[in-house]
Design a binder for this molecule. Structure first.
Ligand code: IPT
Length: 973
């Protein structure tokens, strides 16, 4: 039997690898043969099933689960998709066999030949021409195998990669994501001189000191005499550390089989690296033979920066930086886990544009290119090891059989990524309880890389301040804001508090994000956190046969929506019975990277320039960055008058250092009339940035210059009357459904998973029965009293309709019994005739906003087609709301339509869907838009919160019982 199979390595956690080379940071991409493309492929039912003569093909890098096999993607969060206990795997264990012939270049004769498999999940067995070459686990890191003795340069060799899907390792790769199988990153074959750089470690501090440590080996055996290394940084030669060499020479323990050399320099006036100023230098390290010829070389990009913890602050270059982070998976809707350079760049560009400066590589080391891009574009990275044993966390954390795997995974990540300035913190993994295996891994990191802090949520949760635990950061997940603030004020805090996950972005969510940041920025000890998460992991699926579209699907989606006949699949959509539904759709972007409205909220929260206040001397402007001035920005003033449109004027940004403020004169004469007035500073990039062309909006800070004047009382007009039908329902030529009371919204994911929707349904709020109690006509008014009977009590609703100049004024009140504490909304709902396709309003916008997610939506005059008001969340739910609307118009192309003027800024939504349309279906593509508009005017609307995973909204955003009053005027255009 094949020796690799005989070992049954898929059920042996002690076996983390066999024949695998040590991880290192030498970049071998240049000059390598890229073995990407179609490989011969067959999918076996189990790893020890016989390989047949029947081959299909599979694309590498890629997952077979999305390439026309019968093994389809499956989504589970915490639970394993099978019942076998660690380290066992199920008997049905899909195993992909990949084969391809490779012509090994003849000029590689005499060289060391290495196969690099970028990533394979979850067990990789390598054979070359039928002979065993190695084994590797650790699905998100590369594995290298020395094939020198197995291949003949100038001849054709058959490389076989056998990839076993389920293994002991699956139990520690139980992350909240799709399960796939395949070779997910590129495969390379490269050659080096036998005398080669085995590793290069770069340390570069903020005062310009650079140290480069090289490890040198010769596969021939002992190192040849006279080898040496040299280095160049942006063309400047580095100095060999001869003292280091001398000490090594004198040290008997240093053998001739491992060479170590150190290069040094100090760069005067160094340009330091930070997320705001990602300054990089080019380093080339060369390994020379005694005669000076170059045996090997390695290129690196170097950023000079320090990261340290002082007291309870995490400092980058001495500055307490705010961590505006997001959790990011390697994800793509067509390729699953395989992500291209262009895709990763697009991810990071988008994050930059929306004010993020940090990434946690949830929950495994991401594609290596991600770190190059983070260095280049400027992100702080929490680099996380591929360990999540969620379902069996407690057993595994102390299981000695897994000890090796923990240390292996953490150490390999550190060895790969240690030279990236972007990586500022190591993470031991996610949701794996806390045990001796973690301490072992932590010990390895602390010894190997004392230059960076280490974090682990599983340890931190045992005590945010406990110095003995394997976490230098208090990095909880979903901690209530009050707890964070209380900790920071307690006097007990010993570590920086940076939440590893917070503000769960599932569906229409991220309520109270601005409240979090107001507290973070004003409470010493709080430094930020990482939003959960970047992606909605919807997989593009054909509706007719239920299969993933796969690589060929580019162009089958746009603006967050799948093309007709397609949809974004979530858990359960591939016929799995064990799954966790739409919990996989919890990102700030749609599966095609279209931003969700929360990103505009975040952009404003992260604004580098703020309008602090409006005082008599003018507008106080502040620079809220850590390292930069304002010279990279340009701005324009915008004055929005409730009754007078918008005016603009050029703005001059003052020369402010970080943290400074200055007053600038008010750029406009405020007209006497014009009512409420708001001033916005439209801040854009002054030049092309690597992540944004010149003119890209960076933020839109705003101050109110004048409040709305008190409302005048409504004057009824004589000789006109308001018509209602026998049920007291308003008759109006533009309305197809008269205004009635609404106490319900299509539950958001937060409403459902937080238990609110259950309560609302139990109260009967989704189907209240309206009964007219009384209709009275008097002095031109019509008063309609109705009762809405819900199971938890009766809501009394009154509408008073008054004819006014060219319209109808409606005064409403609703009385909620105490039993109805905390409902979704209280307000009016009505429907219009078809054809009113444009909405224009004065209020917050233009993007969707809700009471607890309205910081980033400036007040102004906005104009959006009705079809674009709705946000196509994967699982249909309440969506499309606009906060703080003062008045709006719905019009047809011929300018006919209606206007609604509200008594005060209100939550309004105009969509094509009733709440019941949204609750009736599970996917966006199943929605059938109505021809008219469904309009909600809310006296009160519950905040969104984040209760699908984490805290609900805060009490101030709840809808209280008691009497609610609101009024509005409906006019025909
Ligand atoms: C937490 C996980 O770390 C993350 O992977 C994701 O599942 C997130 O929650 C929710 O989407 S763990 C959770 C049990 C708190």
């Amino acid at each position: 039997m094949d020796p690799l199979l005989a070992l049954r390595p898929w059920e042996a956690p002690e076996v983390t690898s066999w024949g695998r080379l040590p991880m290192n940071a030498v970049d071998r991409r240049a000059g390598a043969l890229k073995l990407d493309g179609d490989w011969r492929f067959q999918l076996l039912p189990a790893p020890d099933a016989p390989v047949s003569d029947v081959w299909s093909s599979s694309y590498v890098p890629g997952v077979w689960t999305m390439q026309d096999t019968d093994d389809l993607p499956q989504y589970t969060n915490v639970r394993m998709p099978y019942t076998e206990f660690p380290p066992q795997s199920p008997a049905a264990n899909p195993t992909g066999v990949y084969e391809r012939a490779v012509d090994v270049p003849a000029d590689w004769a005499g060289r060391r030949i290495v196969l690099q498999v970028g990533a394979a999940e979850s067990v990789l067995l390598v054979h070359v021409d039928g002979r065993p070459a190695g084994i590797s686990k650790d699905s998100h890191l590369a594995a290298e195998f020395d094939l020198t003795g197995l291949v003949n340069p100038g001849e054709r060799t058959v490389v076989r990669l056998t990839v076993v899907k389920w293994s002991d390792a699956s139990h520690i790769e139980d992350q909240d994501q799709w399960w796939h199988g395949g070779v997910t990153r590129s495969v390379l074959l490269y050659a080096t001189d036998p005398l080669h750089l085995a590793d290069v470690t770069v340390r570069a501090g903020r005062y310009g000191a650079l140290r480069v440590d090289c490890r040198v080996r010769d596969t021939g055996g002992a190192l040849p005499d006279g080898w040496y290394v040299s280095g160049e940084l942006d063309g400047q030669l580095l100095t060999q550390d001869t003292e280091f060499d001398r000490l090594n020479d004198e040290d008997d323990r240093v053998s001739d089989f491992l060479g170590e050399a150190r290069l040094l320099t100090t760069v005067p006036g160094v340009r330091t690296w930070s997320a705001e100023t990602p300054e990089l230098y080019d380093l080339t390290v060369r390994l020379h033979r005694a005669d000076g010829t170059v045996a090997d070389a390695s290129r690196h990009r170097v950023g000079f920066r320090d990261v340290e913890i002082v007291g309870r602050d995490l400092l980058v270059n001495g500055e307490r930086v705010f961590v505006r982070g997001v959790n990011r998976h390697d994800f793509h809707p067509l390729t699953g886990r395989t992500v291209s350079y262009d895709d990763m760049r697009a991810d990071l560009v988008l994050l930059k544009r929306f004010g993020f400066n940090a990434i946690r590589t949830a929950h495994y080391p991401n594609d290596p290119t991600l770190y190059d891009l983070a260095d280049e574009l400027g992100f702080y990275v929490v680099d996380e090891a591929d360990i999540e044993s969620h379902d069996h966390a407690h057993e595994i954390a102390d299981d000695p059989r897994y000890l090796n795997a923990f240390v292996d995974r953490v150490s390999r990540m550190v060895l790969r990524d240690k030279n990236h300035p972007s990586v500022i913190i190591w993470s031991l993994g996610n949701e794996s309880d806390y045990g001796a295996n973690h301490d072992a891994a932590a010990g390895w990191v602390r010894r190997h890389d004392p230059t960076r802090p280490l974090q682990y949520e599983g340890a931190a949760k045992l005590g945010w301040a406990d110095p003995d635990l394997a976490s230098d950061i208090a990095c909880p997940m979903y901690a209530p804001l009050e707890d964070c603030v209380a900790h920071a004020l307690s006097g007990e805090q010993t570590k920086p508090l940076i939440q590893c996950e917070y503000s769960h972005a599932m569906g229409n969510s991220n309520g109270t994000l601005a409240d979090h940041w107001a507290a973070i920025e004003s409470t010493p000890g709080l430094q930020g956190g990482f939003i959960w998460e970047f992606w909605d992991h919807g997989i593009l699926q054909r509706v007719n046969d239920g299969r993933p579209v796969g690589r060929g699907g580019a162009g089958l989606y746009e603006g967050g929506v799948a093309a007709p006949g397609h949809r974004w699949a979530y858990g359960g959509d591939f016929g799995e019975t064990i799954h966790d539904g739409a919990f996989i759709a919890d990102g700030v972007v749609f599966p095609d990277r279209t931003p969700k409205p929360v990103l505009y909220e975040h952009r404003e929260i992260a604004a580098p320039v703020r309008l602090e206040c409006f005082k008599h001397e003018g507008i106080v402007l502040g620079n809220h960055q850590h390292f930069r001035g304002l010279d990279w920005l340009t701005a324009e003033w915008e004055l929005s008058l409730a009754d007078g449109g918008t005016r603009t004027a050029p703005a001059e940004l003052p020369d402010l250092r970080p943290g400074e403020t200055a007053a600038v004169p008010l750029p406009f004469e405020l007209p006497e009339d014009g009512g409420e007035a708001w001033l916005t500073l439209r801040v854009t990039t002054a030049d092309d940035e690597p992540w944004a062309p010149r003119g890209t909006v960076v933020c839109l800070p705003q101050v109110r210059l004048r409040a709305a004047p008190p409302k005048r009382s409504v004057l009824a007009v004589r000789n006109r009357c308001v018509e209602v039908d026998a049920d007291g329902l308003l008759i109006h030529p533009l309305l197809t459904c008269a205004p009635t009371l609404s106490l319900w919204r299509a539950p958001t994911d937060n409403d459902e998973l937080g238990g609110m929707a259950l309560r609302w349904r139990a109260w009967g709020l989704d189907t209240p029965v309206r009964k007219v109690v009384d209709v009275r006509q008097a002095a031109g008014h019509v008063t309609v009293r109705a009762e809405y009977a819900a199971d938890a009590g009766v809501v009394r609703h009154t509408q008073v309709f008054t004819p006014v100049e060219d319209g109808i004024h409606v005064e409403e009140s609703a009385e909620l019994p105490d039993a109805l504490a905390d409902v979704a909304r209280v307000g009016s709902v009505f429907e219009t005739v078809a054809g009113l396709d444009l909405m224009e309003w004065y209020g917050q916008g233009p993007w969707e906003s809700y009471p607890d997610r309205a910081f980033g939506a400036p007040v102004g005059h906005h104009r959006v087609p009705v079809d674009e008001l709705f946000t196509p969340y994967l699982r249909p739910q309440e969506s499309g709301g606009r906060h703080g609307v003062r008045h709006f118009t719905l019009s047809a192309p011929d300018a006919t339509g209606l206007t609604v003027v509200l008594d005060e800024p209100r939550q309004v939504s105009v969509t094509r869907y009733r709440a019941e349309d949204l609750t009736a279906v599970g996917h966006h593509d199943e929605l059938v838009p109505r021809a008219g508009c469904v309009v909600h005017l809310d006296a009160a609307h519950r905040g969104l919160g984040t209760a699908s995973c984490g805290p609900d909204t805060s009490p101030s955003y709840l809808v209280a019982p008691g009497v609610h009053r609101w009024s509005w005027t409906l006019r025909t255009l």
